[in-house]
Design a protein around this ligand. Sequence first.
Ligand SMILES: [Zn+2]
Length: 125
Amino acid sequence: MKQHDLDTLKKILNERRQELMSDAVGTMHGMGMVEEDSRESFPDPTDRASLEGNRNLTLRIRDRERKLITKIDEALGRIGDGTYGICEDCGSAIGVERLKARPVTTLCIQCKSEQEAAERRSKFA
Ligand SMILES: [Zn+2]
Protein backbone atom coordinates (compact mmCIF):
# COMPACT_ATOMS: atom_id res chain seq x y z
CA MET A 1 0.00 0.00 0.00
CA LYS A 2 1.14 3.52 -0.73
CA GLN A 3 2.25 5.63 2.20
CA HIS A 4 -0.24 8.27 1.16
CA ASP A 5 -3.17 5.81 1.38
CA LEU A 6 -1.90 4.53 4.70
CA ASP A 7 -1.78 8.07 6.09
CA THR A 8 -5.34 8.72 4.87
CA LEU A 9 -6.62 5.52 6.48
CA LYS A 10 -4.80 6.28 9.71
CA LYS A 11 -6.48 9.69 9.75
CA ILE A 12 -9.92 8.13 9.12
CA LEU A 13 -9.37 5.64 11.94
CA ASN A 14 -8.18 8.28 14.40
CA GLU A 15 -11.10 10.59 13.62
CA ARG A 16 -13.59 7.76 13.97
CA ARG A 17 -12.01 6.76 17.27
CA GLN A 18 -12.27 10.29 18.59
CA GLU A 19 -15.94 10.46 17.61
CA LEU A 20 -16.64 7.19 19.37
CA MET A 21 -14.75 8.23 22.47
CA SER A 22 -16.75 11.45 22.82
CA ASP A 23 -19.95 9.40 22.45
CA ALA A 24 -18.82 6.82 24.95
CA VAL A 25 -18.12 9.30 27.77
CA GLY A 26 -21.83 9.79 28.06
CA THR A 27 -22.54 12.92 26.08
CA MET A 28 -24.30 10.77 23.46
CA HIS A 29 -22.96 13.31 21.04
CA GLY A 30 -24.16 12.50 17.56
CA MET A 31 -26.73 10.13 19.04
CA GLY A 32 -29.10 12.96 19.94
CA MET A 33 -31.49 11.73 17.28
CA VAL A 34 -32.02 8.46 19.11
CA GLU A 35 -32.99 10.23 22.33
CA GLU A 36 -35.32 12.63 20.53
CA ASP A 37 -37.11 9.81 18.75
CA SER A 38 -37.57 7.81 21.95
CA ARG A 39 -39.08 10.78 23.72
CA GLU A 40 -41.57 11.29 20.94
CA SER A 41 -42.65 7.67 20.83
CA PHE A 42 -43.03 7.57 24.64
CA PRO A 43 -44.47 10.93 25.66
CA ASP A 44 -44.94 9.85 29.27
CA PRO A 45 -41.51 10.04 30.93
CA THR A 46 -42.68 7.97 33.92
CA ASP A 47 -43.53 5.06 31.68
CA ARG A 48 -41.33 2.36 33.16
CA ALA A 49 -41.22 0.24 30.05
CA SER A 50 -40.00 3.10 27.89
CA LEU A 51 -37.30 3.99 30.43
CA GLU A 52 -36.11 0.39 30.41
CA GLY A 53 -36.19 0.45 26.64
CA ASN A 54 -34.08 3.60 26.49
CA ARG A 55 -31.54 2.19 28.90
CA ASN A 56 -31.23 -1.00 26.90
CA LEU A 57 -30.80 1.00 23.74
CA THR A 58 -28.08 3.10 25.36
CA LEU A 59 -26.28 0.01 26.62
CA ARG A 60 -26.48 -1.58 23.23
CA ILE A 61 -25.04 1.51 21.55
CA ARG A 62 -22.23 1.69 24.12
CA ASP A 63 -21.45 -1.98 23.63
CA ARG A 64 -21.23 -1.48 19.88
CA GLU A 65 -19.05 1.60 20.33
CA ARG A 66 -16.73 -0.26 22.68
CA LYS A 67 -16.32 -3.12 20.21
CA LEU A 68 -15.69 -0.71 17.38
CA ILE A 69 -13.09 1.21 19.38
CA THR A 70 -11.29 -2.09 20.02
CA LYS A 71 -11.38 -2.86 16.31
CA ILE A 72 -10.02 0.60 15.51
CA ASP A 73 -7.20 0.13 18.04
CA GLU A 74 -6.34 -3.19 16.43
CA ALA A 75 -6.36 -1.61 12.99
CA LEU A 76 -4.06 1.20 14.18
CA GLY A 77 -1.81 -1.46 15.68
CA ARG A 78 -1.63 -3.23 12.34
CA ILE A 79 -0.72 0.04 10.64
CA GLY A 80 2.08 0.31 13.20
CA ASP A 81 3.50 -3.15 12.57
CA GLY A 82 2.97 -3.05 8.81
CA THR A 83 0.34 -5.79 8.53
CA TYR A 84 -2.55 -3.44 7.87
CA GLY A 85 -4.56 -4.00 4.69
CA ILE A 86 -3.57 -7.65 4.37
CA CYS A 87 -6.41 -10.17 4.43
CA GLU A 88 -5.96 -12.30 7.54
CA ASP A 89 -7.57 -15.26 5.81
CA CYS A 90 -5.87 -15.52 2.42
CA GLY A 91 -3.00 -13.06 2.89
CA SER A 92 -3.71 -10.97 -0.19
CA ALA A 93 -3.96 -7.18 -0.19
CA ILE A 94 -7.33 -5.67 0.65
CA GLY A 95 -8.40 -2.98 -1.84
CA VAL A 96 -7.76 0.59 -0.68
CA GLU A 97 -11.30 1.63 -1.62
CA ARG A 98 -12.72 -1.15 0.54
CA LEU A 99 -10.50 -0.05 3.42
CA LYS A 100 -11.60 3.56 3.08
CA ALA A 101 -15.23 2.47 3.24
CA ARG A 102 -14.60 0.07 6.11
CA PRO A 103 -11.19 0.78 7.65
CA VAL A 104 -11.43 -1.83 10.42
CA THR A 105 -11.95 -4.76 8.08
CA THR A 106 -9.47 -7.64 8.27
CA LEU A 107 -10.79 -9.62 5.30
CA CYS A 108 -10.63 -8.99 1.57
CA ILE A 109 -13.95 -8.72 -0.23
CA GLN A 110 -13.73 -12.30 -1.47
CA CYS A 111 -13.08 -13.85 1.95
CA LYS A 112 -15.75 -11.61 3.47
CA SER A 113 -18.35 -12.83 0.97
CA GLU A 114 -17.36 -16.42 1.66
CA GLN A 115 -17.63 -15.83 5.41
CA GLU A 116 -21.06 -14.27 5.03
CA ALA A 117 -22.22 -17.11 2.84
CA ALA A 118 -20.99 -19.60 5.45
CA GLU A 119 -22.79 -17.66 8.21
CA ARG A 120 -26.00 -17.74 6.22
CA ARG A 121 -25.63 -21.46 5.68
CA SER A 122 -25.06 -22.13 9.39
CA LYS A 123 -27.98 -19.90 10.37
CA PHE A 124 -30.40 -21.84 8.23
CA ALA A 125 -28.90 -25.25 8.85
ZN1 LIG B 1 -8.89 -12.89 1.57
